[in-house]
Design a protein around this ligand. Structure first.
Ligand code: GTP
Ligand code: MG
Length: 149
């Protein structure tokens, strides 16, 4: 089954938006398989955002992402990578639709609350980067009979 990496960024943690994120993913029908509150190290973020290290905004992205703890999570379910991106909304809150997490809670691209993997390949890389194998919890989601045909 498909998995994705979703992280509530330091602003989302400090503003108390993280329960809303967990609620939305959970009520959509996704299964939580890993969760931890953690400070992201600079070396980890350089790998996580490897495609952005040469961007002019990278230093401010680094200081944003290390400004407080991040709530790192892994979710599992049908098309969870694409569905997760849809729940997040567009990167720039000016473009993110109301009803999405960024659309409902963010105004600034540099304080956009949440990260979500953008492809299955990146999801698997990010999960391996942020979590140890034994931190991914295996259990039967009893709700599945009510979610999937
Ligand atoms: P993530 O889920 O965080 O990876 O966002 P994304 O996939 O929607 O966007 P992308 O990976 O391109 O950028 C990663 C993060 O860098 C964004 O979520 C923003 O926080 C930040 N970022 C991207 N572009 C800009 C920019 O032009 N200016 C600023 N200040 N921040 C940016
Ligand atoms: Mg991205």
């Amino acid at each position: 089954t498909e998995r994705t990496f979703i992280a509530v960024k330091p602003d989302g943690v400090q503003r108390g938006i993280f329960p809303e994120v967990l609620r939305r993913f959970s009520q959509k029908g996704f299964k939580l398989v890993a969760i931890k509150l953690t400070y992201a190290k600079e070396e980890l973020l350089k790998e996580h955002y490897a495609d952005l290290t040469s961007k002019p905004f990278f230093p401010s992205l680094l200081s944003y992402m290390t400004s407080g703890p991040v709530l790192a999570t892994v979710w599992e379910g049908k098309d969870v990578v694409k569905q997760g991106r849809a729940l997040l909304g567009a990167t720039n809150p000016l473009q993110s639709a109301p009803g999405t997490i960024r659309g409902d809670f963010a105004l600034d691209m540099g304080r956009n609350i949440i990260h979500g993997s953008d492809s299955v390949e990146n999801a698997n890389k990010e999960i391996a980067l942020w979590f140890k194998k034994e931190e991914l919890v295996d259990y039967k989601a009893e709700m599945y009979g009510w979610i999937y045909e």
